[in-house]
Each structure stands twice: as structure tokens, then as C-alpha cells.
Design a protein around this ligand. Structure first.
Ligand code: ATP
Length: 248
């Protein structure tokens, strides 16, 4: 367990539609400045866990019915999604969710919606995003809907950065992307972590890739954490190898 967790999820239970119990007591912690992988097969509950943290379950008739969630030591399980963003915790949803009819730059600017520090600061951060993602600078005037999957994923991460997050919940960034693009994105994640101190909780089915970049990992199976440990340990663990590596 992390000694100074930026995020602590304690024994949460999530129920959809008042009847479907999907998380059956999940606990995890992300140390300040860490990259933690949340692994597991399709349907294990990764997305549900991230949405429980960012309080996005209500739209799907889901509810945290037990346990607690702390961000920087404070209970946030009753906070609104916007409050979480203001505190510095933002989710990048699975499937990228860029506004297809807006340009890349307009998409990035929408990410600054919770900020009140004025144009100059927002401009400066836009430059910073372009420095991390040179491809986005090249494509800044293109409609997001006409850019590649990799560029849209970069746009979604860049948009999150515009809120100046302390922590990003990144859902399945590798989905549908070629391995070298996934690698390119994970390299930037590593850079953001090292240089900006952004912590990451990274939900991935691509165990191999995630464990290459994460420092610690949790494995979910049907709503329960069945194993956790240092990424180096998980990479060499025989069960992990058998069930999760080589299948992605
Ligand atoms: P994925 O790779 O699809 O994102 P996941 O590990 O993130 O998988 P979840 O999306 O969290 O898994 O889903 C966990 C379980 O909850 C699945 O069995 C799914 O069918 C169920 N589930 C998800 N959303 C709802 C919902 N709105 N209502 C009822 N059940 C749901």
C-alpha cells in the first residue's frame, strides 16, 4: 500500500440499476507521482472503477453503495465530476470522446473549462500540450473527426492536461491503435509523469504494454482485485503470464 496516496479507493461496491453488483469490494491506491495499472479482461470492472472515482456512474444508473474514495486525503465519493476536475482529478474516457466537429485546438481549449486563471495561462498550457504532442500542433486546425485514432487519443489526453490535473484516470488508451502508436502515447504518459508529476491510474487490457510503463498493478476479475504488486513482479509471475500476457 502507498504511504502517501494521491488516490485511495477503499473497499467499494458498485451496483447498477439497483440490482447488478459489479464491484464487490475493490481497494486500490495510487501513490503521488505513480503510474498504476488496473488490469483485467473485458468486463472485469475497470471502467466501472474509474467512473466510480470520477463520479460518472450516475449517467449509467450506477451507484457506489459501500466503501470510500479519497483524493489527497479527502472524501470525494459525494463530489460532482466537476469538483473532482477542480481538485485535479480527471478521467480520459475509453473511446477518446473528442468533439468530431471541432478542430483539435478547439477540443484542447474545451479542456480548460474549469479554470479561472485567464487567457494567457491557458495559451501557455496549450503550447505545453503541443510541446508534448507535436502531432497535435501539426493537426491543430483539423477537425478532430477527420484525424487518426492515435491523434484523437492524444487529443483526449491533451484536453485533460488543459485542466492542469494532478492525476489522470486513463481508460484503455491502447484500444484499436497500432502498437507503435500505443508506444508513442505511453512514452508521453511516462514523460508527463516524470516532468509534470502527473499521477496515472491506467485501465488496460493490454497487460504487456501497461506493465512496461506502470510501477504497480492491480488485476481485477469479476469485480474483485485478485492480485496486486510491483509491475516487475507481475511481469514475471507465472499466473499473470499464463492468463494475461501473450493474449493481448
Ligand atoms: P471494458 O474493457 O469493457 O471497459 P471493464 O473491465 O472496464 O471492461 P466494465 O465496463 O466496468 O468492465 O463492466 C463491468 C461489468 O459491469 C460488466 O459485466 C458489464 O456488463 C457491467 N455493466 C457495465 N455497465 C453497466 C450498466 N450501465 N448496467 C448494468 N451493467 C453494467
Amino acid at each position: 500500500p502507498a504511504t502517501d496516496p494521491v488516490l485511495a479507493v477503499n473497499n467499494i461496491e458498485v451496483i447498477y440499476d439497483h440490482v447488478v453488483l459489479v464491484l464487490k469490494g475493490v481497494s486500490l491506491a495510487v501513490p503521488r507521482g505513480g503510474i498504476v495499472a488496473l488490469l483485467g479482461a473485458n468486463g472485469a470492472g475497470k471502467t466501472t472503477t474509474l467512473k466510480a472515482v470520477s463520479n460518472l456512474l450516475h449517467a449509467e444508473r450506477g451507484e457506489v453503495t459501500k466503501g470510500s474514495i479519497l483524493f489527497e486525503g479527502e472524501r470525494v465519493d459525494r463530489s460532482s465530476p466537476n469538483d473532482l476536475v477542480r481538485r485535479g482529478c480527471i478521467q480520459v474516457m475509453e473511446g477518446r470522446h473528442c468533439f468530431g466537429h471541432l478542430t483539435i485546438e478547439e477540443n484542447l481549449l474545451t479542456g480548460a473549462f474549469t479554470r479561472r486563471d485567464g487567457r494567457a495561462a491557458i495559451r501557455a498550457d496549450l503550447e505545453k500540450v503541443y510541446a508534448y504532442f507535436p502531432r497535435l500542433r501539426e493537426r491543430r486546425k483539423s477537425m478532430a473527426g477527420y484525424t487518426s485514432g492515435g491523434e484523437q487519443q492524444m487529443c483526449a489526453v491533451g484536453r485533460a492536461l488543459m485542466s492542469r490535473p494532478k492525476m489522470i484516470l486513463l481508460d484503455e488508451p491502447s484500444m484499436g491503435l497500432a502498437p507503435q502508436i500505443v508506444e508513442e502515447i505511453f512514452e508521453i504518459v511516462r514523460d508527463l509523469n516524470a516532468k509534470e508529476g502527473v499521477s496515472f491510474l491506467l485501465a488496460e487490457q493490454n497487460t504487456n504494454m501497461a506493465l512496461k510503463y506502470a510501477t504497480y498493478g492491480y488485476i481485477l476479475e469479476t469485480g474483485r482485485v485478485v492480485m496486486d504488486g510491483d509491475a516487475a513482479m507481475l511481469r514475471t509471475n507465472e499466473d499473470v503470464k499464463e492468463f494475461y500476457l501473450g493474449v493481448t
